[in-house]
Design a protein around this ligand. Structure first.
Ligand code: HEC
Length: 163
């Protein structure tokens, strides 16, 4: 009888060990994708338009954490996929009381003064969006806007974007 118990303990331990070895060998460990490498900022005088757009994309996906809210699961923020059309429409709408007079000025205003206009359904007097100036430099903000323009299919010109 005692012998039987000992035997089942040993068999049990062997089965467990086999399962652990199997898991280790055959189930790949899932490591989350690393955050994009921050783009090292050059002297704006030495930047090309490609540098600016790369800085814009890495700021958008990385340091600026825009993608944490925008176009992320959970609908925490409006989609930026059609921001070109939406921004023009917003500036022209009656509800808009901010200072921008064109679409991209509206995008800039959304970044530096999120409370100036709050998209319907995302808050009342205070926008849930943090001011981009809190953690981004002037060049990073310009780069994000250039990147959003390019993504909208517009032609971007370096001297125009760095103004
Ligand atoms: C913590 C979440 C959060 C983060 C991070 C965030 N936003 Fe927002 N953003 C929002 C919310 C919520 C709104 C809608 C409320 C408003 O109008 O301010 C918004 C509004 C906007 C708008 C206006 C959209 C429209 O449809 O009119 C733009 C443009 C924008 N964000 C760009 C950005 C960019 C670029 C970044 C990264 C630098 C960013 N946001 C980071 C939450 C966020």
């Amino acid at each position: 009888m005692r012998h039987g118990v000992l035997k089942s303990i040993i068999v049990g331990a062997l089965v467990l060990a086999a399962i652990l070895v199997f898991i280790k060998l055959f189930i790949p460990e899932v490591t989350p994708a690393p955050p994009p490498k921050p783009y090292s900022i050059k002297d704006p005088g030495e930047m090309t338009i490609v540098d600016l757009l790369m800085l814009g994309e890495s700021t958008f996906r990385g340091r600026g954490s825009c993608v944490r809210c925008h176009d992320a699961p959970g609908d925490r923020a409006p989609s930026l996929k059609d921001i070109l059309a939406i921004s023009i429409e917003t500036v022209r709408s009656e509800e808009y009381k901010g200072k921008a007079t064109d679409g991209w000025a509206y995008v800039l205003e959304s970044l530096i003064e999120p409370d100036a206009y709050i998209v319907k359904g995302y808050g009342k007097e205070k926008s849930p969006m943090p001011k981009a100036t809190r953690n981004l430099s002037d060049i990073e903000i310009k780069a994000v806007i250039a990147y959003l323009k390019k993504r909208s299919g517009l032609k971007v010109d370096l001297s125009e974007e760095l103004k």
